[in-house]
Write a protein of this length. Structure first.
Length: 329
């Protein structure tokens, strides 16, 4: 396989040298700051639509031949987790709209004035002004693209209220989580949840991608990056409950959109047997998990439960979203 192809992982905002150079950009924030979040967490019904997971010991990582060792997918190691809650679904457009309306929060894509949109979704009228990302020309920096204008000016989320919110940076996701009285999951929690109680299976439902020919997730079908036959029913994002849940009752843990985790990315891991491990104390990129509707077996293949990727915390694209976790206390 190719070395960390970027087909579905999105691209970092820093990859663009000059786009938006004449625009105001967000000031740097520390991990604990959530610019426009409410002073107190928005806690009413915070556990509604969350699933209590038992924690315990599980085997994290993989030595799968289909994996990417350079991503730090292995080695397989025992990890112990305390019980925790996980959102049954990714955060939706409607949920994020409620957050923005209550707090006045403005996402980083809105502040920068642009975000990355997959080329097939960019309106023809906007393509002339759009700027391709270096090395990944299927990602275009589109002026005006943001969570409520997913394809740029003139687009909207009407009819997609139950789809996962996209064009959200790690900072945006963390701000929402604080407002909701939750947090982003650790990478270990995310993988435990995605596995659904199965041991070392490739997908949340087992080792076969399409058991009995049934599509179980929203990924690319066809020849990337120009032809998606959408045989799974969706060319772009799907509703957050579009496919059957895993053994823990969690929907779309792979495919659909990449999901931010709380950890900084590293290919070095905590020692086997660690309890509630977290990533390093600092870094340059945050962990993303789960793959997206742009992942394809022949090129990216990161819709496996052990697959990993990362992006800079200010980056946003049309295939990155998130879900929240909470302590079981």
């Amino acid at each position: 396989m190719e070395d960390k192809p970027a087909c579905c992982c999105g691209t970092a905002r820093q990859a663009m040298e000059v786009p938006g150079a004449d625009r105001a950009v967000p000031e740097a924030r520390t991990d604990g700051e959530t610019a426009a979040a409410a002073e107190a967490p928005h806690a009413p019904d915070r556990l509604r639509d969350m699933v209590l997971l038992p924690g315990g010991e599980f085997l994290m990582g993989t030595n799968d031949a289909e994996g990417f060792p350079q991503d730090g997918e292995g080695p397989v190691r025992k990890v112990n987790l305390s019980p925790f809650y996980m959102d049954a679904c990714a955060v939706t457009n409607s949920a994020f709209a409620a957050f923005a309306a209550e707090t006045g929060y403005v996402t980083e894509a809105e502040r920068f004035g642009w975000s990355f949109v997959f080329h097939l979704f960019v309106p023809e009228a906007a393509k002339a002004a759009a700027r391709p990302a270096p090395g990944v020309p299927w990602w275009l920096a589109v002026d005006g693209a943001c969570w409520h204008r997913p394809e740029g000016e003139g687009s909207g989320i009407e009819g997609r209220e139950d789809h996962p919110v996209v064009h959200v940076s790690w900072h945006d996701a963390a701000s929402y989580a604080q407002w909701a009285g939750k947090r982003l999951p650790t990478e270990a929690e995310w993988e435990f949840a995605a596995r659904g109680g199965l041991i070392q299976k490739r997908y949340p439902w087992g080792d076969l991608l399409k058991p009995d020919g049934e599509h179980r997730c929203n990924i690319w079908q066809g020849k990337f990056p120009d032809k998606n036959n959408a045989s799974d029913g969706y060319a772009g994002t799907a509703p957050v409950r579009a496919f059957r849940p895993n053994g823990y009752g969690l929907h779309n843990m792979v495919g659909n959109v990449w999901e931010w985790c709380g950890d900084w990315f590293s290919v070095r891991h905590a020692k086997p047997g660690s309890r509630d491990p977290r990533g390093p104390a600092s870094g340059t990129a945050r962990v993303m998990r789960g793959g997206s509707y742009l992942c394809h077996q022949s090129y990216c293949n990161r819709y496996r439960v052990a697959a990993r990727s990362s992006n800079t915390p200010d980056s946003s694209t049309g295939n990155i979203g998130f879900r929240c976790a909470a302590d079981a206390r």
